[in-house]
Design a protein around this ligand. Structure first.
Ligand SMILES: Nc1ncnc2c1ncn2[C@@H]1O[C@H](COP(=O)(O)OP(=O)(O)O[C@H]2O[C@H](CO)[C@@H](O)[C@H](O)[C@H]2O)[C@@H](O)[C@H]1O
Length: 491
């Protein structure tokens, strides 16, 4: 099968969060299974050029209709750790992708709808006819609308569209001018409640909704989140739309690429280890992590947080987990950043406050390589999320023998099973889970985890082993996505 992914992110070349890992990991798995996969991305100035092999310009004259003119684009091709990637570079005075950041500008909807149109124009001009175009999140939600209402009439009758929702908090709600910009006339047609009109703001269109309504199949990234967004306020207003389209909607738990996230072969950690090669090596990574971050060597567990610093992730509870851990005999390591200056500054001031503490290190920024060492060197990882569509950090942590302490929501609920209270057999329990999104809930789970580490190290080790034995690779989800692709292709 021939699949083209149209996406704003792909790890490690253009990564803000988990979306990037999913695109890379799924593409890799589909290729291993013999499929032809290509990935189309914007050519950002800030992407990791050092992660692209053999970059070359392959198309110089792509003219993309936008408003009442055409914008000249060049298209580059390169391999990102073996994945075939195309990068679209517009030459416009608006400098869509030369802004030093991936997101966070007022005109983000314009930037990414332009990219969506450009990706289709590129496929059309180069005669690409994939079986399936797989789009991700609001940034590419307009793709199926453009495909079925413009490019189909030009002869692109073949491709079907699969659309994946990674996070319904961000929906790309924007003005109707976007329709005009990308060449979709008939505003009154699209401004219908059954089509692109936002469910809250009747004067706005919603790009995530566009993807849901127009795609042949819609997935989200865990079964629990699929249920939550159909039945609770976590849909952020799109629940009704999802229920209307329930027959083409389902949750597929994400995977982890074990060629990237695997302590047995990880090049970013000094001591490689696997489930049956003992805890000794993991302990050596803990020492290395302490040396790297100037933490004191001591008989204490290291509790970590890795992730975007966003309200979704429970900012206040992350802060609380730092102080609770430090007050209860642990060291704490945080790696995270936020595009929100307020949140970033908040953590920077915490960092200053804790600067002299030899048991704590807060790294405010994005550092892929360091994240590997933290996964390997920590004993526990906290994820006190308000909501979590899937969550990759807990799955990575499990593989690295780092015990997750998580709130029971979305994909966290589907992957972490409480050491004390799970209904699963003992050998399937792998972490600590709390229900209530408050300090008490978090602290009760941390209390149990820390207590176990100190009082029953043997039991704690069993939890580590149970976690490392789980298979959260792309093997199962890869098969699942292929079934979906085949289903929509043959329909
Ligand atoms: N400062 C930093 N430095 C280095 N690495 C960092 C980092 N901050 C985050 N990362 C890395 O980024 C990834 C984050 O994964 P998450 O599942 O938390 O994704 P996120 O919430 O962004 O994405 C959304 O999409 C994904 C994918 O579908 C869902 O799993 C998730 O629930 C949903 O919110 C991990 O690989 C993590 O190690």
């Amino acid at each position: 099968m021939y699949i083209v992914m149209v996406t704003a992110e792909c790890a490690p070349v253009a990564k803000v969060g988990g979306l990037a890992d999913v695109v890379y990991g799924l593409a890799h798995e589909l290729e291993i299974r013999g499929n032809d996969v290509e990935i189309i991305l914007p050519k950002y100035d800030c992407m990791r050029h050092d992660q692209i092999y053999g970059m070359q310009k392959i198309f110089n004259d792509l003219w993309v209709p936008f408003y009442d003119r055409r914008i000249h684009c060049s298209v580059f091709f390169g391999f990102v750790h073996g994945r075939k990637c195309f990068f679209i570079e517009p030459h416009s005075e608006k400098n869509f992708f030369n802004r030093g950041v991936y997101y966070g500008h007022q005109d983000d909807p314009e930037r990414f709808t332009f990219f969506s149109r450009a990706a289709l124009e590129f496929m059309f001009k180069t005669g690409k006819s994939p079986d399936v175009i797989h789009c991700h999140d609001w940034q590419t939600g307009i793709v199926p609308v453009l495909l079925f209402d413009i490019y189909k009439n030009l002869g692109m009758t073949h491709p079907r569209v699969c659309f994946t929702l990674h996070n319904l908090k961000h929906q790309g709600v924007t003005g109707g001018f976007i329709l005009n910009a990308v060449g979709l006339g008939r505003a009154e047609h699209y401004f219908h409640h059954d089509r692109l009109r936002d469910n809250f703001y009747p004067g706005a269109i919603n790009l995530m909704k566009a993807g849901i309504v127009y795609s042949n199949f819609v997935t989200t990234v865990s079964p629990s989140y699929a249920w939550e967004i159909q039945n609770t306020s976590l849909s952020y207003g799109l629940g009704q739309t999802l229920n209307t389209h329930a027959q083409k909607f389902g949750g597929v738990l994400n995977g982890i690429d074990y060629d990237v996230w695997n302590p047995a072969i990880d090049r970013h950690i000094p001591h490689r280890y696997a489930v049956n090669t003992g805890q000794e090596k993991k302990y050596k990574n803990k020492e290395a992590l302490r040396n790297r971050l100037l933490l004191r060597q001591d008989y204490k567990p290291i509790v970590a947080y890795i992730g975007r610093l966003d309200h979704q992730k429970g900012v206040d509870l992350i802060r609380d987990s730092i102080f609770y851990s430090l007050a209860n005999g642990c060291q704490f390591v945080l790696l995270g950043s936020s595009p929100d200056h307020g949140i970033n500054n908040y953590f920077l001031s915490l960092k200053r406050q804790l600067n002299d503490n030899p048991d704590c290190h807060l790294e405010i920024g994005f550092d892929e390589e360091l994240s590997h060492l933290i996964y390997a060197g920590s004993d526990m990882i906290v994820l006190p999320s308000l909501f979590e569509p899937c969550g990759l950090t807990q799955m990575i942590a499990l593989k690295y023998g780092t015990v997750p302490v998580v709130r029971a929501t979305g994909g966290l609920r589907d992957t972490v099973f409480d050491a004390d209270y799970s209904s699963r057999p003992y050998h399937e329990r792998n972490g600590y889970v709390f229900n209530d999104f408050n300090f008490k809930g978090l602290e009760s789970a941390l209390h149990r985890a820390i207590g176990m580490w100190y009082a029953y190290p043997q039991h704690f080790r069993e939890l580590i082993v149970n976690g490392m034995r789980y298979d959260f690779s792309w093997n199962h989800p890869g098969r699942h996505y292929l079934n979906i692709y085949e289903y929509i292709r043959d329909k």
